[in-house]
Design a protein around this ligand. Structure first.
Ligand code: GTQ
Length: 345
């Protein structure tokens, strides 16, 4: 029932009066605050790598990695412009590092993950250990770990950064510091963490608590591919195809407490049934090409294209060739908080 004219005027006057005391009526906003189902301001979107790449390389002529500290073009969700986020809780960007450049050591309470998209010869160092960055490698920078990057090769190197920046911002819990040294001196040989913590073995006295950062910080593409090739010999799930999640091998938990990541393989011609979930998800195509439908949007996608599936939007995928996808979301947070809902349609 519509309010009587004088009632509407009285209400408006009342809202004005209480506004001076920094109060506002709940009943005007209740529906949006406590929605019957998620209604994300984030929009489905796809970034075609062929369109982005020239601009990413142009950034290399404008600013050095050292001056920028991190030379990154942020992928902004078209529904959330100006907020540096791809979903309400996640940040994504494309980082470029040119031959001979370094991105100086720093650390922050935000966790980061990286997926190498192109180029050879770069490395990233995390708390005193380096790993070379090869296409398809999934690399972690857990919260408050020192990290720097460099390119000792001959080609530009580009990777996708995923961070929990908006999530940490929502807690007002962001801290960061720059190291006095630009490039960490390796304290251990490359591959040490993977051997000690990621080979179905653990140091005899290693007993991590939930807050300890994961020690394995690189998931080499070669190993991921090997696993996916092997399981491709079985029947794919109708909703997911062949989909596995990355874990911290020492605990079985998500590699980062705030972001979970998956790899998904769809054989040529396979079409997934739609799925929707409350974790808004960023997807990168590692191999193959196909069609994706998100809510009522759909696009063709190919290698290195990135798309975002906002919360509670139905996703279905149609692979035109054997397709391998990497994805990340805030799923571990939602699971811990009892918020995650998923529907296979
Ligand atoms: O590589 O440390 O895309 O601190 C944004 C913030 C990357 C990084 C980003 C960062 C980094």
């Amino acid at each position: 029932m519509a309010a009587l004219p004088d009632t509407a005027a009285q209400r408006a006057e009342f809202y004005q009066r209480i506004s001076e005391h920094h109060m506002t009526p709940l009943w005007e906003v209740l529906g949006a605050l406590v929605p019957p189902r998620p209604s994300s301001p984030a929009l489905p979107a796809l970034w075609r790598y062929n369109n982005l790449r020239p601009h990413v390389l142009d950034a290399g002529h404008l600013i050095t990695a050292e001056e920028a500290e991190r030379r990154v073009l942020v992928l902004e969700n078209p529904g959330l412009r100006g907020q540096s986020c791809i979903t309400q809780s996640l940040y994504a960007g494309l980082q470029l590092i040119l031959p001979g450049e370094v991105a100086p050591a720093h650390r922050h309470t935000q966790s980061a993950l990286r997926l190498v998209m192109e180029g050879q010869g770069a490395y990233t160092a995390v708390d005193g250990e380096r790993t070379r960055m090869q296409r398809g490698d999934f690399i972690l920078t857990p919260a408050w770990t020192w990290h720097d990057h460099g390119n000792e090769g001959k080609e530009p190197v580009v990777w996708l950064d995923g961070l929990d920046i908006p999530l940490v911002r929502s807690f007002d819990a962001g801290f960061s510091e720059k190291s006095g040294i630009t490039t960490q001196i390796p304290e251990r040989p490359e591959g040490d963490a993977l051997a000690r913590y990621g080979s179905n073995l653990l140091p005899v006295d290693y007993a991590p608590t939930a807050a300890d950062p994961a020690r394995v910080f690189v998931y080499p593409f070669e190993k991921t591919c090997e696993a996916m090739r092997q399981i491709a010999r079985t029947t794919p799930d109708p909703h997911l195809g062949h989909k596995l999640r990355f874990v911290n091998p020492a605990t079985g938990a998500s590699p980062l407490p705030t972001m979970g990541a998956c790899v998904q393989r769809l054989p040529a011609g396979f079409e997934t049934r739609p799925v929707r979930a409350t974790d808004g998800t960023v997807v990168l195509c590692l191999e193959g090409h196909g069609h994706v439908s998100v809510g009522n949007q759909d696009w063709a996608f190919g290698e290195n294209d990135v798309f975002v599936v906002p919360s509670w939007h139905a996703l279905s995928l149609h692979a035109r060739s054997d397709t391998l996808l990497f994805s990340f979301s805030d799923r571990p947070v939602q699971q811990t908080l009892g918020l995650l809902r998923e529907e296979r349609l």
